[in-house]
Write a protein that binds this ligand. Sequence first.
Ligand SMILES: *[C@@H]1O[C@H](CO)[C@@H](O)[C@H](O)[C@H]1NC(C)=O
Ligand SMILES: *[C@@H]1O[C@H](CO)[C@@H](O)[C@H](O)[C@H]1NC(C)=O
Ligand SMILES: *[C@@H]1O[C@H](CO)[C@@H](O)[C@H](O)[C@H]1NC(C)=O
Ligand SMILES: *[C@@H]1O[C@H](CO)[C@@H](O)[C@H](O)[C@H]1NC(C)=O
Ligand SMILES: *[C@@H]1O[C@H](CO)[C@@H](O)[C@H](O)[C@H]1NC(C)=O
Ligand SMILES: *[C@@H]1O[C@H](CO)[C@@H](O)[C@H](O)[C@H]1NC(C)=O
Ligand SMILES: *[C@@H]1O[C@H](CO)[C@@H](O)[C@H](O)[C@H]1NC(C)=O
Ligand SMILES: *[C@@H]1O[C@H](CO)[C@@H](O)[C@H](O)[C@H]1NC(C)=O
Ligand SMILES: *[C@@H]1O[C@H](CO)[C@@H](O)[C@H](O)[C@H]1NC(C)=O
Ligand SMILES: *[C@@H]1O[C@H](CO)[C@@H](O)[C@H](O)[C@H]1NC(C)=O
Ligand SMILES: *[C@@H]1O[C@H](CO)[C@@H](O)[C@H](O)[C@H]1NC(C)=O
Length: 711
Amino acid sequence: MRSKLETLTSLLLAGQACAKINRQKIVQQFNPHRTASSDSTPLQVGNGDFAFGADVTGLQTFQPFNTLSTWCWHNSSLPTAPNQTEPADFVGLDWWTHGRLVNYEQPNPAKPDISQWMISNPHRANLGRVGLWFGDNITESDVSATQQELDLYSGTITSSFKWGGEHVQISTYGDPATSSIAVEVSSALLQDGYLGVFFDYPYMNDLNKFEAPFVGLYNATANHTTRMVSGDHHQACIEHTMDATTYYTTVHWNQDASLTGPLPHSHRYVLKPHGDEHLTLTVSYHDTPSPREASFYSPGGQGARINTDFEQITTASAAYWEDFWETGAFVDMTKSGNTSAMELQRRVILSQYLEAVNEAGFDPPQESGLVNNGWYGKFHAEMFLWHLGHWGRWGQWGLQNRAMPGVYERFLPTSIERAKRQGYEGARWGKMSDPTGRSAPGEINSLLIWQQPHPMQFAEYEWRAFPNDATLQKWDEVLYETAAWMADYAYCNESTGVYDLGPPIYPVSENTDPNATFNAAFELAYWRFGLDTASQWQKRQGKPVPAKWTHVAENLAPLPVADETYVIYEGIDDMWHNTTYTTDHQSMLGIYGWLPPQPDFNLTIMQNTVEHVYSTWNFTDSYGWDFPLLTMNAARLGEVDRAVDWLLDSTFEFDDAGYQVGGARVPTPYMPGAASLLWAVAMLASGWDGHEGSHFPSSWNVEVEGFLPAM
Ligand SMILES: *[C@@H]1O[C@H](CO)[C@@H](O)[C@H](O)[C@H]1NC(C)=O
Ligand SMILES: *[C@@H]1O[C@H](CO)[C@@H](O)[C@H](O)[C@H]1NC(C)=O
Ligand SMILES: *[C@@H]1O[C@H](CO)[C@@H](O)[C@H](O)[C@H]1NC(C)=O
Ligand SMILES: *[C@@H]1O[C@H](CO)[C@@H](O)[C@H](O)[C@H]1NC(C)=O
Ligand SMILES: *[C@@H]1O[C@H](CO)[C@@H](O)[C@H](O)[C@H]1NC(C)=O
Ligand SMILES: *[C@@H]1O[C@H](CO)[C@@H](O)[C@H](O)[C@H]1NC(C)=O
Ligand SMILES: *[C@@H]1O[C@H](CO)[C@@H](O)[C@H](O)[C@H]1NC(C)=O
Ligand SMILES: *[C@@H]1O[C@H](CO)[C@@H](O)[C@H](O)[C@H]1NC(C)=O
Ligand SMILES: *[C@@H]1O[C@H](CO)[C@@H](O)[C@H](O)[C@H]1NC(C)=O
Ligand SMILES: *[C@@H]1O[C@H](CO)[C@@H](O)[C@H](O)[C@H]1NC(C)=O
Ligand SMILES: *[C@@H]1O[C@H](CO)[C@@H](O)[C@H](O)[C@H]1NC(C)=O
């Protein structure tokens, strides 16, 4: 095994050394162009920890798109009298679990205020708005000849329009290293005092689970404060305080200009240039009053660093994006000109860019990346793999390693504590998290279990790329504690002699009665995979495999079968005739596609299951990663055309700038849709163990480089 993988790795490296696809040409072919602002999505620049969403002016002039980061969060005030409470008062609920009461982090009807507060706090803060100031109230319909292009290969947005007979041109760049943008504005209007740049600040509250497309309130000016804390001829710093959250904006400009504000009854500041046709500026957000100037990315603490050097940012941005595109794997589907292939290529290229802008930070991303807020800006542990696992599959380990396994290491103590409180060994990972690792109270949140084996899948893919001691050590403790919980959690059923998972659990599809649900198909297969991987990890290090892990893995309940099909969970009542069940994630198909087949897998039963899914499922209700999941299943079953069709399904939409449209179920964008598309394309590009090689339609004449096969 090891030598085979080493061979593959060296082939991969050799492939990279002589990369022959003209990546730049393919990438730039898909540069988004706009002539008007979208009312749902921006164009963005950013670095995975910070992103700036622009309207058609390249700034946030007409549409207040958002500026989000991994580091800036806000708490609303704690519940006050008569129900004055604090997080320490939260107690959750006890549910019967195999004959004993186990406490789950669920909203407690006796303590509704603190339960809700803990769900909606902290929430991710929108850092602010930067727009063109016109010295007049104008709207987008007042400007003409509007043109905009995002050059994906250099990470630059260029925008232009005419106003009052004069041209205005704006270039917008994101700093790869800090939460900063660089902006260049050119127009004769700058000379005459008709054009400047404004800065504004919204207030955050905890009332909305989803804030899309715009985050925060610009009209609650009395609830927060801003002030200019320093300023000279070329730089000013604005302090913004919302309750306990304080952060800063350092604006630096190179020409003769002055920054003043706030304007009356607002938090709006204006930078007005004097006498020059060009204005070059940088805008840096930070949470420390004295940040360090920095030009290199390092994970964590991005709020402590700024970059005020316009030239440096523009140069660094171009270099960063070129390196991004020339690193790792690539797929060229453009050769045949087949329209489906071209559309899939578009989705892939734009997803690669948007994932790098929104989903490559120190903390895992929320479902909407850094575009807008969903679930209060928090991130979901069962989604870590969908959001981030494609980086490794595409050989972009630098980006994956920013969060992995760091987030597991940071959340390990609270996860061990969670398991202990519930009477288990090891670490039980939480669900809907903020950067402290606290899992938001929730019935589903506390009873999902499919996030648990994710570390094993991250680790195993890393091992396949880097089969060495450093990889083993890196994941050792996380895998050990995860497996310890998984083995201890499985319940030895005396009457059947097998280990059961649940009840109570929520399966992947979250649509069954948790007290009745046990031995869910996907979860059982994933438990087997996870425990076997953790055992391998021990063996590779010459360490003993805990007997309990082996015993549980080999005696897990069999995959649930009814009518010769795999069903959501054991004993589910007539699932194929009940529309409650034939909707949502097609989790049973995940055991043969996304996951490699586990020892008790039966292909005939899978084929029956697929037929039942295809004939009964409400695909109109499917969303996001459902389609790539179907692709991976179809690919493993040898259905090449069907595999690519799922990625182009009419319900699986990507807008003109590549944002995956949320559809009936979730707001736009739904970033796991893009991330899972990349995962599925990696599988089509590389095949899987025993079936290595490209699995695209042969007439597409697809060329790939730099992929390792899937498991
Ligand atoms: C919000 O409050 C919680 C609980 O008191 C605390 O742990 C967290 O650090 C706070 N976060 C922010 C951004 O203030
Ligand atoms: C205080 O809590 C009780 C339940 O304990 C709830 O009925 C009531 O609505 C709460 N009051 C406020 C002001 O939130
Ligand atoms: C599950 O059982 C617990 C008692 O163990 C009960 O409190 C809870 O309401 C039940 N949940 C559902 C969804 O029936
Ligand atoms: C712009 O609009 C705002 C709000 O509608 C108003 O208060 C302000 O006076 C207007 N300014 C100009 C220059 O018309
Ligand atoms: C503030 O703006 C929000 C939308 O941005 C609106 O729903 C709300 O009514 C406004 N509040 C006031 C007091 O104007
Ligand atoms: C602003 O503060 C006031 C007074 O505390 C409060 O009633 C109001 O709800 C707050 N507004 C927002 C948008 O949170
Ligand atoms: C043991 O398994 C059987 C069949 O799967 C199930 O009906 C029963 O409830 C389980 N026993 C316990 C104590 O969970
Ligand atoms: C479908 O399943 C739900 C949830 O278990 C149940 O409430 C409902 O009665 C079932 N419908 C039919 C037609 O059996
Ligand atoms: C797979 O399931 C089918 C249908 O139940 C059965 O006939 C067959 O024997 C099973 N195959 C194996 C290898 O168990
Ligand atoms: C299928 O899902 C769509 C979208 O959620 C919904 O509107 C429709 O009613 C569902 N159809 C059935 C038969 O349940
Ligand atoms: C494009 O490729 C798909 C998938 O192989 C195929 O079904 C379709 O016929 C092709 N279209 C054309 C115009 O060749």
